[in-house]
Design a protein around this ligand. Structure first.
Ligand SMILES: Cc1cc2nc3c(=O)[nH]c(=O)nc-3n(C[C@H](O)[C@H](O)[C@H](O)COP(=O)(O)OP(=O)(O)OC[C@H]3O[C@@H](n4cnc5c(N)ncnc54)[C@H](O)[C@@H]3O)c2cc1C
Length: 418
């Protein structure tokens, strides 16, 4: 039986572990935290996942929380106008507002629930879980003991083994300061009280507020997620340790920059003392093969090799797609040696999907060019444009067809009005 070590129990590592286990591989999962520690720890993400990524979980029959998690049927965009001329700190008006319909619903299941639950399932099915924060020196030994070592340790220290691919990483610094709060008590968006949607609120030159429903430890909740341009007014969470202070700051910023979202948040309360998160990181693509001092090689998975900014909500989706792609590559390789050539080819196969996510996400971090502003504006009047935007979150390769180049954007809009 082929032996595989997976280091890191997040979306990609656990999905791969469960998938390989179901195919008869002897899998060891190494995690720096127990299931209980994950469950009782801090929130890690907003983890909104769209149809294709959710389908990979269904295919493995590990979509355990699907019936409990709110079904997200739409994805909306609102754009804030400039501050009033006589009051630069005053509340912004809303100048654009629309919602696109998703062909298949999206869902967010708090990773504390999902990762803890999946780890327990893996162990119940006979998988070996080792609780240990792996260091490079450990991997040196394990690369000789196992047929294949996969490093799915997210953005942790082990990424230092994988060199940055400068040709695929246009940014070397964080492009947004991130601040998340999980809340109960948020009112519905009055524009669509009968269904849930992810709401993307863009504040040009300042940042973005994402609001989305989730399933957390205490049931249904909503997430308020600020992405602030570094050095700007939303980059205000550094040093804020007290969760209540974090929520108060989140709401204050909403009152000023997205008053239409603040209106439904006046009764918001944190879901739990670990329901806030803040930080930042530089979006980075890395070389997929990590070389160890003793000559062994290991393959990086998901965020280890392609970490995009969460502005497009793609990291968990990509982790699911990466795990599904790697699973296929591993099974298709049969008894072949998992050498560097195979590792590189396995990553490049995944990159065929990931490259579209990276290109689109990096584009969204910059100031939008005029043709993109036109598209966002047009979506308010033309429902097919709004729907296409929304469904691009499921399949970002479609943005190649109408988003990046002005000629294609114009041709698309002309085809609709024609
Ligand atoms: C604020 C925020 C909001 C986000 N929102 C979304 C969203 O809405 N939609 C979306 O798709 N994505 C979102 N993402 C991204 C998404 O959460 C990640 O991209 C995704 O979880 C990556 O999965 P992964 O398996 O690569 O790593 P992770 O989920 O990070 O898992 C890595 C695991 O490895 C463990 N580990 C680390 N080092 C070691 C070690 N040395 N030894 C053993 N274990 C180790 C960690 O503790 C962790 O459990 C968001 C991210 C952030 C920060």
């Amino acid at each position: 039986m082929r032996t595989i070590l997976i280091v890191g129990a997040g979306q990609s590592g656990l999905q791969l572990a469960l998938g390989l286990q179901s195919q008869g591989y002897e899998v060891t999962l190494m995690s720096n935290r127990t299931a209980d520690e994950i469950r009782s720890g801090r929130v890690m993400s907003t983890q909104c996942m769209f149809h294709t990524a959710l389908q990979h979980e269904r295919d493995l029959q590990v979509n355990f929380w699907e019936s409990q998690a709110p079904k997200i049927k739409g994805l909306g965009v609102s754009v804030a106008g400039p501050a009033p001329e006589d009051d630069p700190g005053g509340a912004r008006p809303r100048v654009i507002d629309w919602v696109g319909q998703l062909d298949g619903h999206a869902q967010s299941v708090d990773q504390r629930i999902k990762m803890a639950g999946w780890m327990e399932t893996f162990a119940q099915r006979g998988g070996r879980v080792v609780i240990h924060g792996a260091a490079v020196s450990d991997l040196d030994y394990f690369s000789r003991a196992y047929d294949l070592v996969l490093v799915s340790a997210g953005k942790g220290e082990l990424v230092s083994m994988f060199g940055r691919d400068a040709s695929r990483s246009p940014y070397s610094e964080p492009q947004r300061a991130l601040a998340v709060a999980y809340v109960h008590g948020l009112g519905v968006r009055p524009e669509h009280p009968d269904y849930d949607a992810v709401r993307c609120n863009l504040v040009p030159g300042v940042g973005e507020l994402f609001v989305m429903p989730t399933l957390t430890l205490s049931g249904r909740a909503d997430i308020l997620f600020w992405e602030g341009i570094p050095g700007g007014p939303l980059d205000a969470f550094k040093g804020v340790k007290d969760p209540s202070e974090h929520l108060a700051l989140t709401l204050d910023l909403m009152k000023r920059f997205t008053p239409w979202e603040y209106e439904r948040a006046t009764k918001a309360e944190l879901t739990d003392a670990n329901g806030t998160l803040s930080g930042r990181y530089a979006p980075t693509v890395r070389n997929p093969v990590g070389r160890l001092p003793g000559g062994g090689v290991v393959l990086g998975v998901a965020d280890v090799v392609v970490a995009n900014d969460p502005i497009t909500g793609q990291g968990s989706n990509s982790a699911s797609k990466c795990a599904a792609s790697y699973l296929e590559s591993i099974v298709a390789h049969g008894d072949g040696e998992f050498d560097e050539t195979w590792m590189t080819a396995t990553f490049e196969r995944y990159w065929q999907t990931a490259q579209h996510v990276t290109k689109w996400t990096n584009a969204m971090l910059g100031a939008p060019p005029e043709h993109v502003l036109n598209l966002i504006g047009a979506a308010g009047a033309l429902q097919p444009v709004a729907d296409r935007f929304a469904n691009g979150f499921n399949d970002p390769s479609d943005f190649e067809n109408f988003f990046f180049e002005p000629e294609k954007a114009e041709a698309y809009l002309a085809s609709l009005s024609g």
